[in-house]
Write a protein that binds this ligand. Structure first.
Ligand SMILES: [Fe+2]
Length: 259
């Protein structure tokens, strides 16, 4: 990305938030040593909190966008890929997630909806995403979903081109679920689909925000408030899941992308 765009207030504000989208429990998720129950607690939460309904959350954002055709186009393309896998020529991403879970030996039934089972902090974060994806200004809803939820702690390195998402079979074979937990590489289509399309999605997400949010004013304020609130709720959610998994925190490693 152009250095001038990286130095803008909206970019620095959002990157400061994304730099913190990490959790002390994450290194444990990329190492061997978790038991089946711990894996299920983590992945069932991820599925029910945002993976299963992600296309619908993006659709809520699209439903608010006024006559800004390029933004509508990008969001529609994002929904199309997430709900059908049509761009990556794979399958709906929630379905790819379940196939990955089957690769780990879990049944689809193990991912049934159950509000009573979810950690209260997970419910709070999920409900925040459901409501705030449909509340104006549309730029804040868009940043919440396409920058905060779809993005990762690696956002800064990716924007500056230091880190590039790998699209290779080596990346799949090196993935912790394959390497440590016996998931067959053929069940990792979600990883391949993301590698194929996420680079463009990240670029679209940042371009949209930078083109439609200024560096001051009420929209700028709301974009940062919404994403920083999401970060606070996400941290609490991850802490809740770590407690359920009975994980001890380690702070000496970076988060790796699990999905
Ligand atoms: Fe996806």
């Amino acid at each position: 990305m152009d250095p001038l765009r990286i130095s803008r207030r909206v970019t620095t504000g959002l990157l400061a938030i994304m730099d913190q989208k990490n959790h002390l429990s994450y290194p444990a998720l990329t190492r061997p040593g978790l038991d089946r129950e711990q894996l299920l607690v983590h992945f069932r939460h991820e599925y029910l909190v945002y993976v299963r309904d992600f296309p619908v959350l993006i659709a809520r954002v699209l439903a608010q966008v006024p006559d800004v055709q390029d933004v509508r186009f990008k969001l529609a393309e994002n929904i199309y890929e997430e709900q059908t896998g049509g761009v990556s020529k794979t399958a709906p991403h929630p379905e790819l997630f379940l196939r990955m879970m089957e690769g780990l030996g879990f049944s689809r039934e193990a991912f049934a909806d159950d509000d009573a089972w979810l950690h209260p902090a997970a419910l709070e974060y999920r409900d925040f995403l459901r409501t705030r994806s449909g509340i104006e200004p549309w730029q804040a809803a868009c940043a919440l979903l396409t920058i905060f939820v779809e993005g990762s702690v690696h956002e800064r390195l990716e924007l500056t081109g230091v880190r590039v998402r790998q699209e290779s079979e080596k990346d799949v074979h090196e993935h912790p679920l394959v390497k440590h937990y016996g998931c067959p590489p053929e069940a990792m289509e979600l990883r391949r689909a993301h590698a194929r399309v996420e680079g463009d999605h990240r670029e679209d997400a940042w371009n949209t925000v930078l083109e439609h949010v200024g560096d001051e004013g009420p929209v700028f304020d709301e974009v940062l408030i919404r994403c920083s609130t999401a970060l606070r709720l996400w941290q609490a959610y991850r802490t809740g899941v770590a407690e359920r998994m009975k994980l001890t925190c380690q702070d000496d490693e970076w988060l790796e992308d699990l999905i």
